[in-house]
Design a protein around this ligand. Structure first.
Ligand code: CUA
Length: 431
């Protein structure tokens, strides 16, 4: 073994080069780990800029661990550095020198290190246990205000149900209100989310509001969160669930209690039908970029000066009917929705849509994004999505099984641009 060490050990001069290379690669590695962005730790999905008490508790706990481990790093690193500098070979003449006298245990140091380790673990354990109880369920004094939501993961989108908000079904009876990919909640109220999946394991994560919790097949899971203020929050599936996992996103929109009540009231109505002379809002809505996915390789996104300035205001403006709706085109789109079999996979409550394979589209025109948070819900992008869904979301069921036969890949129907325009007009009228 000593002979082997002698062979691989660089000469005294070479060791300087080795040291420089090590320092350089450590620096490069750190820069890579940090994503080269020391200056920008914010962003839409930052866990550092928390917006609710659950995320805040989790962030504070993380920081306790960071402080403790940083302390350990400094102490151990200092001792190591001291030993390395003090006992280093200072010249080539030191090379053959015998190693310094070796110690064989010091009870005082050993007991001291064990006691320090225990103390540090206790410091971490206290807030950890406190947060386990805190995140486990809505605190007792807030339970009366809690709102229940069932979130279900599908490859690759999210369904949200409000079990205590019942809507009348056109065929009679009642069912919980259902939406897709945009979870609307009142700010300041605890939201209890039951987590389910219909296929594989997904994970529900809104970084600014609460840490991720998995959606497991055959195992009910749960989390709760509260948004401090009204806002537009970005969510993401955080468990690999197939080819379009990375683009399985969603949004949480927190409204004031009054706005939420208004939103619920509108959601409970049957789908809107455009009639000639229907009131339409002026088209002067605030403009933000809700989703960043490009439509084609190399496409430049029109980054407006208002980029993400106030997504909540822009989302609110989208709830109103669009200016210049064409009742004839909308009616054609509604007919195509049946003729092209869209209705067998999507529900449009009050209209013909009855399917449950895809997201509920009763109010799709009022959503800020489509295709599970990856594309902005503009006419242009909705058109592109309907034209070639597989381009934006590889493997999705609208294309595989809807547009084409799964086993053979044979096209089942075709849509021309005029037909897609009519479908877009219809879908955008659903507010
Ligand atoms: Cu769903 Cu990853």
């Amino acid at each position: 073994m000593p002979l082997l060490l002698q062979m691989i050990r660089p000469s005294f001069a070479n060791r300087k080069i080795t040291r420089c290379a090590t320092a350089l690669s450590a620096g490069l590695g750190l820069a890579l780990l940090a994503g080269c962005k020391w200056t920008n730790l914010g962003g839409n999905q930052s866990t550092m800029l928390t917006a609710g008490p659950v995320a805040k508790a989790q962030w504070d706990l993380f920081m306790v661990t960071v402080y403790v481990t940083t302390g350990i790093f400094i102490v151990v690193g200092s001792v190591l550095a001291y030993a390395q500098i003090k006992f280093r070979a200072k010249s080539a003449a030191d090379e053959p020198a015998a190693p310094p006298a070796q110690g064989h245990g010091n009870p005082l140091i050993e007991i001291g290190l064990i006691a320090a380790s225990v103390a540090l673990l206790v410091i971490i354990a206290i807030p950890t246990l406190r947060d386990i109880w805190y995140t486990h369920d809505v605190p007792e004094d807030e339970k009366g205000n809690a709102i229940d939501v069932v979130a279900t993961g599908y490859q690759w989108w999210f369904k949200f149900e409000y079990p205590s908000e019942l809507v009348k079904l056109p065929a009679g009876g009642e069912a919980p209100l259902v939406t897709g990919n945009e979870l609307v909640v009142p700010a300041g109220f605890p939201i209890r989310v039951q987590l389910r999946t219909v296929d594989v394991i997904h994970s529900f994560w809104v970084p600014k509001l609460a840490g991720k919790v998995d959606m497991m097949p055959n195992r009910p899971n749960f989390l709760w969160f509260k948004a401090d203020k009204p806002g537009y929050y970005y969510g993401q599936c955080a468990e690999y669930c197939g080819e379009s996992h990375a683009i399985m996103r969603f949004r949480v929109i927190a409204l004031s209690a009054a706005e939420y009540a208004k939103w619920l009231e509108n959601q409970k109505q049957p789908a809107r039908t455009v009639t000639p002379g229907a009131p339409a809002a002026e088209d002067a809505a605030p403009r933000v970029q809700f989703a960043s996915m490009k439509m084609a390789p190399g496409e430049a996104l029109a980054a407006s000066s208002e980029f993400d300035a106030n997504p909540l205001a822009a989302w609110t403006a989208m709830q109103k009917p669009e200016a210049g709706e064409d009742p004839k085109l909308v009616a054609t789109g509604r007919q195509l929705f049946q003729d092209k079999t869209c209705y067998s996979c999507h529900t449009v409550r009050g209209h013909e849509g009855i399917g449950i394979t895809g997201p509920d589209l009763t109010r799709v025109g009022a959503r800020s994004t489509i295709a599970a948070g990856v594309l902005e819900n503009t006419h242009e992008r909705m058109h592109a999505w309907i034209k070639d869904p597989n381009h934006f979301k590889p493997g999705n069921k609208m294309f595989n099984g809807g547009y084409t036969e799964v086993s053979t890949g044979k096209a089942l129907f075709a849509l021309n641009d005029q037909e897609i325009d009519a479908l877009v007009a219809y879908l955008h009228s659903l507010k």
